[in-house]
Design a protein around this ligand. Structure first.
Ligand SMILES: [Zn+2]
Length: 298
């Protein structure tokens, strides 16, 4: 009798398709999608629904620019059916793992088709943070749906239905952001952050942006940029600057101390929030950012 119960218990665990606490190795038999960052893995969840197990290599609050892979990362990639990367040089650390996983691995660059903004503080590198223009997040979603349909053609109709619903959600988000940003007085529409993650956002929604560091957190802060930001805060009488969940806040807090400008809040830049919270999704994190920005600057 005991043995029978144990067997039933094991079967239930196996059939329920849960991953075990100890291991991040998928056991469900569903399509396994691995994304470099959780912004992308959340979009994959929205499109993949219950047909896909979606994993992110960079966890909550982890900075993808300076990420050092864990030993389990290459294992996860080699077990996956499809890998989604952002592209625009965000995840240079993933190339070796993909090569190690052998040829034939399906790799999708979520930003494909987007013309990047280039870095004006570096060497003209592409700015990877394209997801902050919601129009571009729609391109991410389309590329993701196409990739999933290619590895799992049986469920292509399902993925496309989910895509349609998600695109409507993104259109609504895009319109909502536009309505919110105009609540900030025009001369206060300046977003000062730790690193330059919001240039696509600024361009799309009419805000000047200024990051202390360039488009990568790996870049050193230049004395002139530090000084320029202090001058800008003083000359434009800026009320608030913003730190980020995945970036060390030290220098902006120092600027706050020197100028009296308030730290208006912590924004989600290169990571969304904890799973199970409203900010644990791409759309929720963007809404949180916009509410934080508008409440601090209006
Ligand atoms: Zn970044």
């Amino acid at each position: 009798m005991k043995i029978k119960l144990v067997l039933i218990f094991c079967a239930v665990i196996f059939l329920s398709g849960c991953k075990t606490e100890k291991s991040d190795e998928p056991v469900s038999g569903k399509i396994v999608a691995v994304s470099s960052i959780n912004i992308i893995s959340d979009i994959v969840k929205n499109i993949g629904g219950d047909k896909v197990e979606s994993y992110s290599i960079c966890g909550v609050g982890v900075d993808p620019h300076s990420y050092h892979p864990k030993p389990s990362d290459p294992r996860l990639i080699s077990k996956s059916n499809i890998v989604f990367i952002n592209g625009f040089n965000l995840e240079h650390w993933i190339e070796e793992m993909i090569e190690g996983a052998g040829s034939g691995k399906k790799i999708i660059t979520a930003s494909e088709g987007i013309t990047p903004i280039t870095d004006d503080k570096g060497f003209g590198d592409p700015d990877p943070h394209a997801w902050f223009d919601v129009k571009y997040a729609k391109i991410y979603a389309q590329n993701i749906a196409k990739g999933l349909s290619e590895v799992d053609p049986t469920n292509a109709v399902y993925y496309n239905e989910n895509l349609k619903k998600y695109l409507t959600e993104l259109d609504n988000l895009d319109n909502w952001i536009k309505d919110e940003i105009v609540k900030i007085p025009e001369d206060q529409r300046i977003l000062i952050t730790s690193h330059d993650a919001f240039r696509y956002f600024g361009k799309a929604y009419g805000m000047e942006v200024n990051g202390l560091q360039g488009i990568s957190t790996e870049a050193k802060v230049r004395t002139e940029d530090y000084k320029n930001i202090i001058d800008l805060i003083k000359s434009r009488k800026i009320k608030s600057v913003f730190i980020e969940t995945s970036v060390n806040p030290k220098l902006l807090e120092q600027i706050s101390g020197e100028t009296g400008v308030v730290v208006g809040g912590t924004l989600y830049s290169d990571s969304i929030g904890n799973e199970g919270t409203p900010e644990g999704s791409y759309t929720g994190a963007v809404k949180f950012n916009v509410n934080t920005i508008v409440n601090s600057l209006k």
